[in-house]
Write a protein that binds this ligand. Structure first.
Ligand code: PEP
Ligand code: MG
Length: 574
């Protein structure tokens, strides 16, 4: 049946391919085929995860506080029983063998079966035990994901597959990074969630917030994902299909044309130079940044090195990853953001859910609460600074003492390296992210203590408008053009520029073509974005006359009427 679903586009382009559904379980997991010869290894991986989860439960059992409620021991026993039961600890092995699927998928399929059986039970207490099955499965999945990488699926099949999920976590998305799927669509998720950001970094069309996709699309059904309009056409008729094939080749042509701008310096028509940097998540993203002609890395989200593994990366491991980026950028600036874990980006095994994770122990707050871990990262960054132009960026700073504590730890990390005679850049620059309204409003406090600033508009909007960036229920209220947001952004740019402190925007606003002229007009000269967006933004800059856009940009800033704001923006972009 031919029908259309509407959502929010997180990554442009058009893809045509077949639906590949991922689990309906609360824990969405990747689904991929295991080559025949790797089936036994996959079963061994599953067994190891069961053993690890069992150990975890045993360890919990031996540390039950004396004053813990009696239910706690009962709950642990129940979870141990569920885990011991062959329907969970053995049945998935057969599925892996029969279907040649990955262990996570086999486990979740088996869980769905068990949950369906529990739903039939009359006794409400027993029926509710299905939640415990989910929790036990979650424990095994965490053990599976920790330290594992996806087995190589058949890359040729992947290109024509479109992943359809209810939801995907940033950690799931990270696993997909090593693959070549044709596109992603999900029922939930905000356009600036980290899942969406990762989807964008894969440079394939992706749409979130489709609500019914997972329920209404069938496995292998033909789909058109129109990442330009945020639309999924399910089972298109031949005329629609032909139309989209045409559009697809036009887009490809445009993409190739843009490639010619790779080495053209970014400057406005009236010769004002603009720096265009790239955001990356992993060292393997660097080639894409270079291919887009990025002048530097404006944001290396180092936390992705810490995800999907059960232990923390060692100092040497981190050093090697940072050095790889520094070397590959060959003398160009690399802004390395220190660990921004928390909210939707979690460490495996650190799963205690806090009431308000986005406002909790996230980013610099988490690092300062774990100084030993932070010192390891700081030493690794410092060591890498000997191999390129590395800078340190502190996420989510709001208080002067957070900067002072971070700087004190940096000093300590330097002393530790001095004692070992390890070389590093002694005058390494340290910057701060402006992503909490308080930071934007108290900018002098940051300017005085830091060498540069970078505005994280994704969080700045989230915290200014009190909108959870991962929640599609409030996605329509996520508005970069809200006067309060524009005021904070322009105030930050103006104040920092006057003080002679470099300031960039590294949030998604920097890669939004609709906002390029507005940002130029309010004084931004350094944009950092996904490599895939960079050349289109450059083309817009090359066609911009700053003298013309400045007064219009000021009018947008002064506008108190959203409709008027949009009219002015349309004039700016005409
Ligand atoms: C931001 O908040 O705008 C930002 C760049 O950081 P992240 O998206 O990783 O939170
Ligand atoms: Mg942020």
């Amino acid at each position: 049946m031919n029908f259309v679903l509407h959502g929010s586009s997180v990554s442009g382009g058009i893809t045509i391919g077949h639906a590949h559904l991922v689990s309906t379980a609360r824990l969405e997991v990747a689904h991929y085929q295991i080559p025949e010869e790797s089936v036994e290894a996959e079963i061994a991986r599953f067994d190891a995860a069961i053993a690890l989860a069992t150990e975890g439960l045993a360890a919990l059992g031996s540390h039950v506080p004396v004053d813990a409620p009696a239910e706690f021991a009962a709950f642990l026993n129940l979870h141990r029983m569920i885990l011991d039961d062959s329907s969970l600890s053995h049945a998935p092995r057969a599925l892996i063998r029969e279907q040649r699927c990955n262990a996570e998928w086999a486990l979740v399929q088996q869980m769905d079966k068990l949950v369906a059986q529990f739903e039939e039970i009359e006794d409400p207490y027993l029926r509710e035990r299905k939640a415990d099955i989910g929790q036990v499965v979650e424990r095994v999945l965490n053990a599976l994901i920790g330290g594992q990488t996806l087995a190589e699926p058949h890359a040729s099949d992947e290109k024509n597959l479109i992943v359809v999920a209810h939801d995907l976590s940033p950690a799931d998305m990270l696993l997909f990074k090593g693959h070549h799927f044709g596109g992603f669509v999900t029922d939930v998720g905000g356009v600036t969630s980290h899942t969406a950001i990762l989807a964008r970094s894969l440079s394939i069309p992706a749409i979130v917030g489709l609500h019914q996709a997972r329920q209404t699309i069938r496995e292998n059904e033909l789909l058109i994902v129109d990442g330009v309009q945020g639309v999924v056409v399910v089972d298109p008729d031949p005329v629609v299909l032909a139309e989209y094939q045409l559009r697809q080749s036009q887009l490809e042509l445009e993409r190739r044309k843009l490639q010619r701008l790779k080495s053209t310096p970014a400057a406005t028509l009236d010769a004002v130079a603009v720096e265009l940097f790239a955001n990356i998540e992993l060292p393997q993203d660097v080639p894409q940044a270079l291919a887009a002609g990025a002048e530097g890395i404006g944001l290396f989200r180092s936390e992705f090195l810490f995800m999907n593994r059960k232990d923390l990366p060692t100092e040497d491991e981190q050093f090697e990853a940072y050095r790889e980026v520094a070397r590959a950028m060959n003398g160009r600036v690399v802004v390395l953001r220190t660990l921004d874990i928390g909210a939707d980006k979690t460490l495996s095994g650190n799963g205690a859910v806090r009431p308000n994770p986005a406002m909790g122990l996230r980013a610099i707050r988490f690092c300062l609460s774990e100084p030993q871990m932070f010192l390891v990262q700081l030493r690794a960054i410092l060591r890498a600074s000997d191999f390129g132009r590395v800078r340190i960026l502190l996420p989510m700073v709001a208080h002067a003492q957070e900067i002072e504590q971070a700087l004190a730890l940096l000093k300590q990390a330097k002393q530790q390296l001095d004692e070992k005679g390890e070389p590093y850049d002694h005058s390494i620059e340290v910057g701060g992210m402006i992503e909490i309204p308080a930071a934007a409003l108290a900018l002098p406090m940051f300017i005085r203590r830091l060498n540069f600033l970078s505005i994280g508009t994704n969080d700045l909007i989230q915290y200014t408008l009190a909108i959870d960036r991962t929640d599609d229920a409030v996605a329509h209220l996520y508005d970069p053009l809200h006067p309060a947001v524009l005021h904070l952004v322009s105030h930050s740019i103006r104040t920092a520029t006057r003080a002679g402190v470099p300031i960039a925007v590294c949030g998604e606003m920097a890669g939004d073509l609709q906002l390029t002229r507005l940002l130029l007009g309010i004084g931004l000269r350094n944009f950092s974005m996904h490599p895939a967006q960079l050349l289109a933004i450059k083309e817009r800059i090359l066609r911009t006359n700053l003298n013309e856009v400045r007064p219009l940009a000021q009018r947008v800033l002064r506008s108190a009427d959203p409709r008027r704001t949009r009219e002015l923006l349309a004039r700016l972009n005409a």
